[in-house]
Design a protein around this ligand. Sequence first.
Ligand code: PLP
Length: 287
Amino acid sequence: QWIYLDGQHVTKENAKVSVFDHGFLYGDGIFEGIRIYNGNIFKCKEHLDRLYDSAKSIMLDIPLTYDEMLEAMAETIRLNEMRNGYIRLIVSRGVGNLGLDPRRCPKASVIIIVEQLAIYPEQAYLNGLRAVSVSQRRNLPDALNPKIKSLNYLNNILVKIQSNLAEADEAIMMNAQGYVTEGSGDNIFIVKRGVVYTPPCYLGALEGITRLAIIELCEKLGLPLKEEPFTMHDVYIADEVFFTGTAAEVIAAREIDGRIIGEGHAGPITLQLLEEFRNAVDKDGYK
Ligand code: PLP
């Protein structure tokens, strides 16, 4: 496995960063998770746009131009002979001193890891997941703005711990007002009487790229879709609930907080969207 580390490709064993890197010391940095299907980088522009937007928002200078970043990704994929897999792109503030001040970090560090993906077993896509709602609230303003895909995932990790303790597969987060926002690392959709709903991102969700692909797919398939706030009550009484994300793609929930969702397995619209999504990414790489 070859890992891109600041302009060089190194082996996994040699892929090491400094203990003075502010990404390590303070979670000061950003990242992206991207899929490669059939040798094509899925929604590459959307992911790179989100990366550069996150960087601008936190005043992080990515030392590569957009085209150089593309080239570095392509080269890392080629070296690893990867046709189907996952790319993790990380840009940290780089090496500084123990102080917070980013001016002490002269150069941001860029890391690209490509890997096979260990996701849910295929059966889980038919059975659906067990999910629980959690008490952590999705933080809205400033640095924990969900629009910034920063290295500060402590809130999401606490969410994951809470769902682990409940022996659930996934968690559902709400914002401070009690409106559903998203999963621990996925966006959420519900289906009721043939209408697909997803919360608007301003409530406190990452603008997921898979989420957008599913919204586009609903339009293409003529499935009515509404971006509307909803609460856990609406989730409990939904006919179908599913999560979307780069790693998980489209995966149903069969049980949430002890309530059985629909028939207790992945519903027809979820499965149709999953199938159409997979067909689209398979056929033309869905650039
Ligand atoms: N929400 C959070 C908090 C995430 O970390 C992710 C994963 O990147 C998502 C949603 C899903 O976004 P995407 O479809 O772009 O992977």
